[in-house]
Design a protein around this ligand. Structure first.
Ligand code: COA
Length: 150
């Protein structure tokens, strides 16, 4: 992902997610040394298409999955898993030992995805997320990466 992708990224995010990140937040991630990726479906007869994005921050031996999002019309096709697995691979490449993320308890699809990849709950951040009516807890999930890549 670079700055030229941000119009597309913000559109995908806003259409797919009830509580989207702002353009400014994406700009900050791109400007920082975060791992910012777009998922591109390479077309055979059609033009290439951006189907989603993912953002990872690796610091020392910890990786934090900050954002994963798949275009509304492309959900349920495996792209979300592809993006998460790619970011897990990036975290291993950068020698992280554990990968963390937060997820809303109400986000059943994301929780299923993370569970299927091997993330397990290690804590709760009380009132971590805004909702339309107040606040929602954040479930803290972790995936050990130790020894899985040389
Ligand atoms: C969460 C999200 C990234 C999943 O992407 P996706 O491409 O639709 O997911 P995939 O097709 O790769 O499915 C991966 C797994 O998610 C779960 N899943 C996907 N769609 C589901 C549905 N409709 N109901 C329940 N579980 C579902 C399943 O476990 C699925 O694995 P399976 O196909 O082996 O059953 C996508 O729904 C999204 O962008 N949501 C909005 C943004 C968001 O919530 N991001 C996460 C913030 S923490």
């Amino acid at each position: 992902m670079d700055r030229l992708d941000l119009d597309t990224v913000v559109k995908v995010e806003t259409e797919a997610y009830e509580f989207p990140w702002s353009r400014r937040t994406f700009e900050d991630c791109v400007a920082a040394t975060y791992e910012c990726w777009i998922g591109v479906l390479v077309g055979r007869e059609k033009p290439d298409e951006v189907v989603g994005h993912g953002i990872l921050n690796v610091s020392a031996d910890e990786a934090h999955l900050l954002n994963v999002c798949v275009k509304k019309q492309s959900q349920g096709c495996g792209f979300g898993r592809d993006i998460v697995l790619y970011l897990v691979d990036r975290a291993k490449t950068k020698r992280a030992k554990t990968m963390f993320l937060e997820v809303r308890p109400s986000n059943v699809i994301a929780r299923e995805l993370y569970d299927s990849v091997g993330f397990r709950q290690i804590g709760i951040r009380k009132g971590y997320y805004p909702t339309h009516g107040g606040r929602e807890d954040g479930l803290v999930l972790a995936l050990p990466l130790d020894g899985e890549k040389n």
